[in-house]
Write a protein that binds this ligand. Structure first.
Ligand SMILES: [Zn+2]
Length: 261
């Protein structure tokens, strides 16, 4: 059994072919999918989708790329309620994404940090794990995460190097690898994939983005988490069943609200 620990079935074109995507996922042994929420507006849609499909669970949260002053204000009222919704097992995806905003807009960074902090706070009070997105913001991500001691969570679609991986592991967090780890030029990331302790490893697609080798350039889908598993097995000198077992066990350990079926 495989788990896709992070995907976006609500995005086009995946949202037009849910049934097909599930079928192809099942055929690859992918039996659980965690849907990451990025906009407050999509919460009702994802809730409806999850209620229809036993293999789906979800997180709720506001992605740093969607932070605005209005959204950040809404967070404090919407999120505390949303986390008690059906099949919500974590808060995410939340975090910091400074790509393209360093110059000229310090306020965007401030707003992202504020939204991240609000959501970390809500997650910690509710004892829910967090699903963290970080891009070009490692230092601030670490500093905010470390101000919430004992917080459980995962850095999703990890793209950092060994020093960042070590710091993240020291905070007790998990590290999730996406299709990027299969890219031939991702040598630094592949080094991290060999290094992460086996009980902290997760795998994901981040579909519809970042299709793994040999599907690069296509619309990614949950079935292809099998390619990520395969490559991770190759990097660690294990068989793919080992990766499947270990990452599934880790997923249940990080997200205890997911039913073991
Ligand atoms: Zn995502």
């Amino acid at each position: 059994m495989l788990v896709d620990s992070h995907c976006h079935l609500g995005y086009p074109p995946l949202r037009d072919d849910w049934e097909g995507a599930f079928q192809r996922a099942r055929a690859q042994g992918v039996q659980l999918l965690l849907l990451a929420n990025t906009m407050l507006e999509e919460i009702p849609d994802l809730e409806a989708l999850c209620s229809k499909h036993p293999e789906l669970y979800r997180t709720v949260g506001l992605h740093p790329g969607n932070c605005s002053e209005a959204n950040t204000v809404l967070l404090s009222t919407i999120l505390p309620q949303a986390i008690s919704g059906d099949k919500v097992v974590g808060v995410g995806e939340i975090g910091l994404d400074y790509h393209g905003i360093q110059e000229g807009s310090p306020s965007a960074q401030i707003l992202q940090r504020e939204a991240f902090q609000i959501q970390l706070d809500i997650a910690q009070s509710a004892h829910l794990p967090v699903c963290v997105h970080t891009r070009e913001a490692e230092e601030d991500t670490l500093s905010l995460l470390s101000s919430f001691p004992g917080i459980r969570g995962v850095i999703h679609c990890f793209t950092g190097g060994l020093p960042f991986a070590r710091a993240v592991l020291d905070l007790g967090l998990f590290i999730s690898f996406s299709g990027i780890v299969t890219f031939p030029n991702a040598t630094t990331l592949q080094e991290v994939a060999r290094f992460v302790p086996e009980d902290r490893l997760l795998i994901e697609t981040d579909a519809p983005f970042l299709a793994p080798v040999p599907h690069r350039g296509k619309t990614n889908e949950p079935a292809w988490v099998a390619c990520v598993a395969q490559h991770l097995a190759h990097l660690r000198g294990k068989d793919v069943d080992w990766v499947a077992r270990q990452t599934t066990e880790n997923f249940f350990s990080l997200f205890p609200l997911v039913s073991r079926g």
